[in-house]
Write a protein that binds this ligand. Structure first.
Ligand code: VGL
Ligand code: ZN
Length: 196
């Protein structure tokens, strides 16, 4: 079985959203078109409570973009985004989301961020994505979505570590920073992810 995982394609990550990825909207049509090639389509959603640790608004004297050290890991502070049940957390209307069989939520724990769709940033809590893929006899997983150098990268890296044949469809991803995206693609390739 071959699955497509759409990473964090949510209004807040699109132009006009609170944490907009440049050109994030330009991948939606190609994602809709490629859906016909898969047995199973899954989406991840960033799904934060209002008091989430990654929001600069929850830290005194800190601003968006600042880095803090929390529980031995670096945390970048973001604008409020993908708050549970908000418009910003929804799929864009133009995405053919009726084809999505399962939504995997991440980032619900207020004290820890979760870039990967498989595990939180401590590598402790699992989202259930591995089990869902295995229950459905999936061996091959292709990834698309936002943002290349954060959630797409960390999700794809966990996928290959979990033993899935893992590919990233580069034209169906967009990132925040061009140089960081280049580095992210190199890291993914060096870890055994196939870039197409
Ligand atoms: C993401 C920053 C914060 C992402 C999520 O989906 O790449 N980036 N939360
Ligand atoms: Zn987030």
């Amino acid at each position: 079985m071959k699955a497509l995982v759409i990473v964090d394609l949510q209004n807040d990550f699109l132009p006009g959203g609170s944490l907009a990825v440049p050109e994030g909207d330009q991948i939606i049509e190609s994602i809709n078109e490629t859906m016909v090639n898969y047995d199973l389509i899954i989406a991840t959603k960033d799904w934060h409570p209002l008091d989430h640790i990654s929001f600069a608004s929850n830290h005194q004297n800190k601003k968006v973009g600042d880095k803090i050290r929390m529980n031995n890991i670096d945390q970048i502070l973001w604008p409020n985004h993908c708050v549970q049940e908000s418009f910003g957390s929804e799929f864009p209307k133009s995405l053919n989301f009726s084809k999505i069989k399962k939504v995997i939520y991440k980032g619900q724990n207020p004290n820890i961020d979760s870039y990967s769709g498989f595990y939180d940033n401590f590598k402790e809590a699992s989202t259930g994505l591995t089990n869902f893929l295995k229950e459905n006899k999936v061996e091959k997983v292709d990834f698309v979505g936002l943002a290349t150098e954060f959630c797409v990268k960390f999700t794809a890296l966990d996928s290959v570590r979990e033993g899935f044949y893992t590919r990233v469809i580069t034209k169906c991803t967009r990132g925040i920073d061009e140089l960081e995206c280049k580095k992210a693609f190199e890291e993914m390739r060096s870890e055994g992810i196939v870039l197409i």
